[in-house]
Design a protein around this ligand. Structure first.
Ligand SMILES: Cc1ncc(COP(=O)(O)O)c(C=O)c1O
Length: 360
């Protein structure tokens, strides 16, 4: 299967798709009177162009992302959260009821949900007990799943979440590279929590791994979860196809403006990341001293995975006191585990105080 090109991995109906061409796509240049898109001439809410369709190519935002984040502008696709990017990838590559994807568990649950929505099977490889990649097993699995054909169905995509949700650890770049080179489908590295890690980004692997796509989001370190802005950094053939398949106006003008605005605050964002990392170390240390905490796993993200004696009881106890954490104990390899987001110093103090009062 290694002979397949990126286009050959795509669904044939997508390769031959003639995309919808919006009014704003077709026009470039200056004009005074816009009567081409059946918009309302009135803007009732603010006087800031809310009555007009937004730029479907998000040109201005892309330029700013490229500049501030140091990412290659031509390789960017922007959408309604990285969740949209994940769903788009399924719609582009996976023939429903035939193709499959590979995930590495425990990991972000949405990969399997989007697979189910797109009627795509999921094969799973386990992480080691300490949540490290099991390289010999990954190699063997890649070898096994590379055997598909368009007739029988193929494993089209492999999701590597690094730093991984819910375990919090990131994987060595050389291991990601090794896997991406062995796997003959598209490897997607989800870097939603990348900014909280000191490890390098998989974007640097894109030259040596031609079928690699990296995902980033404005929902975590950039503090815009409500606005819904996600980024894919992808090879040009995939960028072109994602633009063909996405909703023409998938990102509102308001979202584009707000994402541009937060990029003006990059220094403040960087400072806040340092604060969160310091808090992560403080909270981890204090949690380790609690009698019912068995293990606090090292984290490169803005959360901690914590193994406790009785996760249901800890979650219930906290909920009764107005504190919500995430019970992850039913996930593969996560027995006894809860996931705790690092909040403000005040929020973290409340959590720690309440936990210290808990009777075992
Ligand atoms: C690993 C991972 N990827 C993607 C997402 C979704 O991000 P977005 O808000 O950009 O859709 C999340 C959200 O929690 C996540 O944990």
């Amino acid at each position: 299967m290694s002979a397949f090109s990126i286009t050959q991995l795509m669904r044939p109906n997508i390769v031959s798709l003639k995309p919808y061409s919006s009014a704003r796509n077709e026009f470039t240049g200056d004009a005074e009177v816009f009567l081409d898109a059946n918009e309302n001439w009135r803007d009732f809410v603010r006087d800031s162009g809310l009555n007009r369709y937004p730029d479907p190519a998000q040109k201005s935002l892309k330029q700013k992302i490229a500049k501030v984040m140091g990412l290659p502008e031509a390789n960017l696709v922007i959408g309604n959260g990285s969740d949209e990017m994940i769903d788009l990838m399924f719609r582009i590559f996976c023939v429903p009821h035939k193709d499959k994807v590979l995930i590495i568990e425990p990991t972000y649950g949405a990969y399997s949900v989007f697979a189910a929505i797109n009627d795509t099977g999921v094969s799973s490889c386990r992480l080691k007990e300490n949540f490290a990649l099991d390289l010999p097993r990954m190699e063997a699995i890649c070898h096994l799943v590379n055997n598909g054909t368009p007739q029988t169905g193929m494993h089209k995509m492999l999701f590597i979440c690094s730093p991984n949700n819910p375990s919090g650890n990131s994987y060595p770049l050389k291991d990601i590279a090794m896997i991406a080179q062995r796997f003959s489908g598209i490897t997607i590295v989800d870097e939603a929590y990348y900014e909280f890690s000191d490890k390098p980004s998989a974007v640097s692997l894109m030259e040596s791994c031609p079928r690699l796509v990296v995902l980033r989001t404005f929902s975590k370190s950039w503090g815009l979860a409500n606005v819904r802005v996600g980024i894919a950094i992808a090879p040009l053939e995939i960028v072109e196809t994602m633009h063909k398949v996405k909703y023409p106006y998938n990102l509102s003008g308001v979202a584009q403006e707000l994402a541009e605005e937060v990029l003006n605050h990059a220094d403040e964002v960087a400072q806040n990341i340092e604060t969160i990392k310091a808090e992560r170390a403080r909270v981890a240390q204090q949690l380790r001293s609690l009698p019912f905490v068995e293990q606090v796993f090292p984290s490169d993200a803005n959360f901690l995975l914590v193994r406790v004696l009785d996760p249901d009881n800890v979650c219930l106890y906290l909920r009764e006191r107005g504190i919500i954490i995430r019970n992850r104990s039913t996930l593969r390899g996560c027995f006894g585990c809860v996931r705790i987001t690092i909040g403000s110093r005040r929020e973290n103090d409340i959590l720690l105080k309440v936990l210290k009062q808990m009777e075992v």
